[in-house]
Design a protein around this ligand. Sequence first.
Ligand code: MN
Ligand code: MN
Length: 339
Amino acid sequence: MFLHNKKLQYTVRVSEPNPVLGSLLLEQFGGPDGELAAAMRYFTQALAEDDPGRKDLLQDIATEELSHLEVIGSIVAMLNKGAKGKLSEASMEEAELYRSLTAGGDSHTQSILYGGGPALTNSSGVPWTGAYIDSRGDPTCDLRSNIAAEARAKIIYERLINVTDDPGIKEALGFLMTREIAHQKSFEKALYSIEPNFPPGKLAGMPQFTNVYFNMSVGDGDMRGPWNNEPTFEYRDAEVAVDGGSGMPEVSLGSEELQVVEKAAMRLQSKAGSDPLTGAMLGMGGTNGSSSALASQMDPKAAKANAQQQMQSGSTEPPGAMRSGSSASSSSSSGSQTE
Ligand code: MN
Ligand code: MN
């Protein structure tokens, strides 16, 4: 069960309303690295966890993240207090009210649509989604993901601290940031208390490739460092078919499957020796709407000859001027149709 305490985990003191800052802080309320995402990430992992130590850890941190959600949400609500009052009581001239809400960001959306309450969106108004949670149900995977999630949350708090000069908000954000550092440390300890924890899962990698570094991007800028140096790595040039095979894909088909595959391939075969007339060539035949240009549209052979001539000479002259040799039958037939 959950039991709620009406006091916050950290005291929130906001100097003055600021709906624009409120919008930015929504990033840690309903954003991908925000407190709801963190709480749901650890809460759902805890439900499935069988190890008593990790289950307790995940339950403690999930519940703390919900407490952080309450802190950040309270800051947003305080920052919007003024806007909410002004909107509902229409205490300002319309233009003045408009300016106070739209000084930047999406704060007007927040104020009007959500009535100044913290919305479960990120700072750009994108609704919170369970897709932010990437648990896979394996602790050596999920703990690594949790460590990365805490690192991201720490950085976002740091950036938010840098955009406000309100000392009370700076302090509360500093506390939330600090707790993400503490969580990262706990998750690191929990990961390394599983031995072995690398590689994740039960299957070992193929030994001939586990310690190879392939130099796949070739040219100026190739660099060597601990990420590809001996003795940890064997540095090798890019190569095809590293298994020593043909490098070509193969599949065994039943005789019936093989028959229809071959039939389809035959039907769709390209004729390498052909030189087909295309729409692009037809289009090159008529540029000025003259009857001779029309004639070339009517006569595919003439159009093709004309297009090939243009391609060879690179000429942009009207095609009619170049078509002295075109057949009488084509021009007369076009003449009778255009009259
Ligand atoms: Mn948190
Ligand atoms: Mn955390």
